[in-house]
Design a protein around this ligand. Sequence first.
Ligand code: TXD
Length: 309
Amino acid sequence: MNKIIPKVTVIGAGAVGATLAQRILESGIADVVLLDVAKNMAIAKSFDLLDASSVIGHERSIFATDDYKFIAGSAVVVITAGLARKPGMSRDDLVKKNAAIVSEISSNVKKMCPGSIVIVVTNPLDVMTYLAAKAAGFERNRVFGMAGLLDTSRFVYLVASELKVSRSSVKACIMGSHGDTMVPILSKTLVDGKPITEVLAKDKLDSIIKRTRDRGAEIVSLLGTGSAYYSPSAAAFRMVEAVLKNSRETFVVSACLKGEYGLSDIAIGVPCVIGASGINKIMEIELTEDERNAFRKSAAAIKETIGAL
Ligand code: TXD
């Protein structure tokens, strides 16, 4: 009997969207619909990806379009559409234009894919996740944003390379906003089971935290045009995979809170168990007083941008 292959829609065929489509196809976990207002560009990328399929050795398919009727039946919809940062821009500089784009897309997803899980990638991430959840009107477990896993992965890499240990020996967690107020939870960060504050001097740790915070901007300024996409697409892929495989892994995702951590009416990065229903559970972990204060400050920054909209 033929196995039913799930369908994943990726909206936005730019750097992150196309690389995510590639990861999904090459993993074999789903067929892809790639939707972009720049239809021909999306078609060109889909052809290029299909032309690689026999070399890679997969049988998955990808269909490019600018028409929402083709997204019907998708198990997961990933929104990567919007403007990316240019050198010197903050994520918040993108807010008005991307808000209009993400709201329109989410209304279309509501119409065409009412049962799907929506993963938001567009920046400023937490604000866009909040808007997408409002526009789609789905239960809050079915709309979340990708950023904390990426920020954590950047931090893990920098810590591991500083200490010359394997990346898998570093356990970390970065909560809060995907922005200048992100909150590394050092009280839960371990290297080979030891608290990070015991193995890394404070000045080194501070400079790694700063570099993690600025990593996106560092890449934007080196690229000159566009922003990071290999690591963002990798993190988004892990979330798609967790949903399709119902793996129930814990990732920091931007989740709509209703009282957790004392916050409501906001989307912000918190650890969540991700599975077939999207967010299976929001984890309320214990924070130190400093971490709690930094987290509240981060939430205030997100609320300010939401308010300004
Ligand atoms: O951690 C994270 N969440 C992020 C987010 C990490 C990296 C990038 N991050 C953000 O994702 C970035 O700031 C942007 O807001 C998005 C997409 O980044 P990408 O690098 O892929 O941007 P591109 O290459 O400019 O691609 C955007 C595509 C482009 O092809 C447009 O034609 C398309 O979006 N676009 C649209 N598609 C469909 N519908 C509409 N309305 C639309 N508007 C633009």
